[in-house]
Design a protein around this ligand. Structure first.
Ligand SMILES: *Cc1c(COP(=O)(O)O)cnc(C)c1O
Length: 224
């Protein structure tokens, strides 16, 4: 079994102590690894690629909550809409509208997080702080109707760096943005989840207010 049970225990303890939850990121890893972590009690798993997720999902227990954490293309939503638990990386209004449409076709309400690009790297997808606030205002006021979506929070990927001060700044900026927007609440908008923190920075993310960490390599080993 190529799951690190000791790391799992440590990460889970820290996550629970912070009142947060853990998404085990299983991209590129075989179904047998996912099953091994499932047998240790894990139920939330994150995948980045639609095709891979659609292949794995029917081979694994039905009570797994599948998180889509990658960059989602509009034309692929239909494949995951019947079962996905939470879509983390929503980075455009167009995508929200399309998720809403596919959710309706499946008679579901799909939970989503809005992705904010807080990192310096220009390649990171997502809204900036002003854009996400404006979007939340439009959803909250009903100007943008999304009856089959529940916006549950924000997601971010911090810079890929060992500069702890920089990471602290980015996590703090996210927490501030999250709290500022958490006052808005309607039937399809309630910010309760702040998804940030990965293998390299999860402990710091928890300390700085993350409510959901997404950890892959510490649990499953490095990806080749
Ligand atoms: C791959 C990935 C992770 C997990 O990364 P690790 O460093 O292996 O923990 C978390 N979030 C996103 C969006 C990812 O793509």
């Amino acid at each position: 079994m190529s799951v690190n049970a000791q790391n799992y225990k440590t990460i889970l303890e820290k996550t629970k102590a912070a009142g947060a939850s853990l998404v085990a990121v299983s991209k590129i890893k075989p179904v047998s690894d996912i099953k091994a972590l499932y047998d240790l009690g894990q139920r939330d798993f994150g995948e980045n690629y639609v095709q891979e997720l659609v292949e794995k999902q029917p081979q694994l227990p039905e009570d797994i909550r599948w998180h889509f954490i990658g960059h989602l293309q509009s034309n692929k939503i239909k494949y995951i809409a019947p079962f996905v638990h939470l879509i983390h990386g929503v980075d455009s209004e167009k995508l929200l509208l399309e998720i809403d449409k596919q959710a309706r076709k499946n008679n579901r309400v799909i939970d989503c997080l809005l992705q904010v690009h807080v990192a310096q790297e220009a390649t990171k997808f997502g809204f900036d702080g002003a854009e996400v606030t404006a979007l939340i205002d439009r959803i909250g006021s009903g100007a943008l109707a999304l009856p089959n979506i529940r916006v549950k929070g924000l997601m971010a990927m911090a810079s890929f760096t060992e500069d702890v001060e920089k990471l602290k700044q980015e996590f703090t900026a996210m927490k501030t943005l999250f709290e500022k927007n958490a006052t808005r609440e309607t039937s399809n908008l309630k910010l309760e989840t702040l998804s940030m923190g990965m293998s390299g920075d999860y402990a710091l993310a928890l300390e700085y207010g993350s409510t959901m960490i997404r950890v892959g390599s510490l649990l499953f080993g490095a990806r080749s």
